[in-house]
Write a protein that binds this ligand. Sequence first.
Ligand code: BYC
Length: 354
Amino acid sequence: MAAVTADQTAQAGADRPEGADEALEAVFDAAVAAEERIEPRDWMPDAYRASLVRQMAQHAHSEIIGMQPEANWITRAPSLRRKAILMAKVQDEAGHGLYLYSAAETLGTGREELLDKLHAGRQRYSSIFNYPTLTWADVGAIGWLVDGAAITNQVPLCRCSYGPYARAMVRICKEESFHQRQGYELLLALSRGTPAQHEMAQDAVNRWWWPSLMMFGPPDDASAHSAQSMTWKIKRHSNDELRQRFVDICVPQAESLGLTLPDPDLRWNEERGQHDFGAIDWQEFHEVLKGNGPCNEQRLTQRRRAHEEGAWVRDAAVAYAQKHTAKPGQAAPAHAAPAHAAPRATAGNGEATA
Ligand code: BYC
């Protein structure tokens, strides 16, 4: 961006003349309007930085919490091929979290701080991951619908005004596209299988359809951040626009799958050139956001435990790095404390904790 860097701003320091912030903001606004990328060392309004951290943190948290529902099926995948594919997918989600936490770090917010906020319930992750994966078909429904919704939402984020977020999204979207096809292919195999398999696929779609529509966030007239985020070109489309786009993409795909979307009001509207669809249960969405979804407690408990149990890995990585940067004759750092052993648990919602 041909704007003013943070260093230049700092140099000007306390001596900045009155109106300097307005001038900086005007340069920032002009850069955004001209479709230039804002980079970490560029000056940016505090509210822009805070909004990016909020959205990117939520996104990163969604990726790592999103590993849990599918990981629940790794040990029970029906073939070695399916198991290998699922393991690779879940590992990709961890990688997406990594890119996004790294991108958030460029805004001056460390990973530890963001994880602490997630574990304390002070930052959100996507509502979709608070639903249980009850059958193998749920792995297909997540790939087709959840990754499909994620792609619809995230492809425009590749053009986000903040450079590191936009660049992370390019790679993430390529991988999500594989994930979506994996889910579609899995559901197709089940749909064309025995009547029991077909029924299992239909049941999974029935349970995941409406929560997938909620992934796009509240309706536009109730979306607190959309207008500002779109002015800043963080978001390129409103929640309702993307939701509509997703519905229009899914209808013909459901037909090819031989599955029905569970919405009696779903029909083509010739005049609009789009599908009409039924009312979303926003009460359910708000309950899930408040922590009252079927798996909220289980997901956070498991995440906190994974973090505790992984402490020795982080300590070992730091010790290894220090050892290799230590000057000859310097003592190696003390060994990390052993991890706490935590008992395995079973959730009360029909889903075993992975
Ligand atoms: N769930 O003003 P709004 C994946 C919150 S993971 C929970 O419209 P915004 C995958 C929102 O944060 C994909 N909370 O907000 C991984 C805000 O609360 P705060 C995850 C939601 O930010 C593993 C309030 O409601 N994708 O692909 O303009 C396996 C008002 O909303 C939700 C992303 O995170 C929700 N569904 O728009 C498989 C994409 N919706 O912060 C797949 C990046 C809204 O004021 N994020 N809220 O407390 C975004 O694009 C936007 O943040 C949203 C919301 C469209 C989600």
